[in-house]
Ligand binder design. Structure first.
Ligand SMILES: O=C(O)CCC(=O)C(=O)O
Ligand SMILES: [Fe+2]
Length: 347
């Protein structure tokens, strides 16, 4: 895909220190509701998936993913102290001097590495966040020059976490299929042997104008699923349901699972990829770590045959390289998933 040449901005963290908000970060005119109602995201206890209570958990998972496209999972097998370590490497990385972080800076027109929004047009509104994006699986795509060497334990802790993410994503994709009574591997197989897993550390410095600036603009994820480790204390994530924004609660040692656009396609629209955004706050910084489970771009995806019937006709095309389609639509200001639908009337 041909890309417009971008310009590189300085870090939002540096901007936050000046207490100024440049025009290009002003998204709205005093209209962002930073504290709407809380959304009661269903909690699924993963340890019960191998117990006689399995069906009850699968039902919860199914209804959560149908109604709002997200669930919180608890008892996922990772210790609380380990998740604290993961949060710690993220905090410590962003707390390093700019000069040190810039050793891992992404290059122009690439996503991987340390940086923030690509600036492609003058009109673009920018997100109030800095990020570190790393490609993790398959292992041979790793670009270790982007993997921080400080804090010292960064790579070790991150690698361990990502191994867990791989296993967790496999069991989640299986549970999602099982909850719909279709062959357990039908989503997992569509991700392919060389499905790609990427991680994005998000850092949101305090922002002097939460009423007009967003941490991340509204979007749906291009992934199959996204596994999000939220900040333990600071809220900020909101989901759109029935045209209304809701706060996503913090579950300190839970993980938020989001349906991405590609599982929406695979499930023939039974599971919904939720539109979400992140708001800022004036007092506290916020950290999160999003892990995107992406199907292999060389393998096509499409709705599972068994989920197509008279009542629910095929709503989506078969697609190869959804991510390319996603960015193309996104840059044209369109809603990417619409490009995957067969008819615009399909819901
Ligand atoms: O920071 C968050 O809670 C969510 C971030 C997000 O939506 C993303 O990275 O895609
Ligand atoms: Fe997202």
């Amino acid at each position: 895909m041909a890309e417009t040449q971008e310009t590189v901005s300085k870090s939002v963290q540096e901007l936050a220190n000046t207490n100024q908000v440049p025009e290009k970060y002003i998204y709205a005119q005093g209209s962002i509701n930073t504290y709407p109602l809380l959304f009661d995201v269903p909690q699924v206890d993963l340890s019960l998936l191998t117990s006689p209570n399995r069906q009850q958990q699968l039902n919860k998972l199914q209804s959560g993913l149908k109604s709002c496209g997200c669930i919180q999972v608890i008892n996922h097998g990772m210790e609380d102290s380990f998740l604290d370590k993961v949060r710690e490497i993220s905090k410590k990385f962003f707390a390093l001097p700019t000069e040190e972080k810039l050793k891992y800076a992404r290059t122009v027109n690439q996503i991987e590495g340390y940086g923030n929004d690509k600036v492609l047009t003058d009109k673009q509104r920018l997100d109030w966040s800095d990020r570190l994006c790393l490609n993790v699986f398959p292992e041979d795509i790793r670009e270790l020059r982007f993997w921080p060497q400080k804090p010292e334990c960064f790579r070790e802790v991150f690698e361990e976490y990502m191994k867990n993410m791989k296993l967790l994503s496999e069991s989640l994709l299986k549970a999602m299929a099982a909850s719909l009574n279709v062959e357990e591997n039908c989503f997992l197989d569509q991700c392919g042997e060389r499905g790609m897993t990427t991680a994005r550390f998000n850092f949101y410095p305090p922002c002097p104008r939460p009423d007009v600036v967003l941490g991340v603009k509204q979007h749906a994820d291009a992934s199959a699923i996204t596994i999000l480790l939220q900040d333990k204390e600071v809220e900020g994530l909101q989901v759109l349901k029935d045209d209304q924004w809701f706060r996503v609660p913090v579950v300190p040692y839970g993980l938020l699972i989001n349906v991405g656009d590609q599982v929406e396609v695979m499930s023939n629209g039974i599971f919904k990829s939720p539109v979400h955004r992140v708001v800022t706050n004036a007092e506290r910084e916020r950290n999160s770590l999003a892990v995107f489970i992406m199907p292999d771009v060389h393998v096509g995806i499409g709705p599972v045959e068994k989920l197509i019937n008279e009542e629910r006709p095929r709503g989506y095309k078969d697609i190869k390289n959804y991510v390319a389609l996603f960015f193309q639509s996104y840059q044209q200001g369109k809603i990417p998933i619409e490009a995957a639908k067969i008819s615009q009337e399909f819901h």
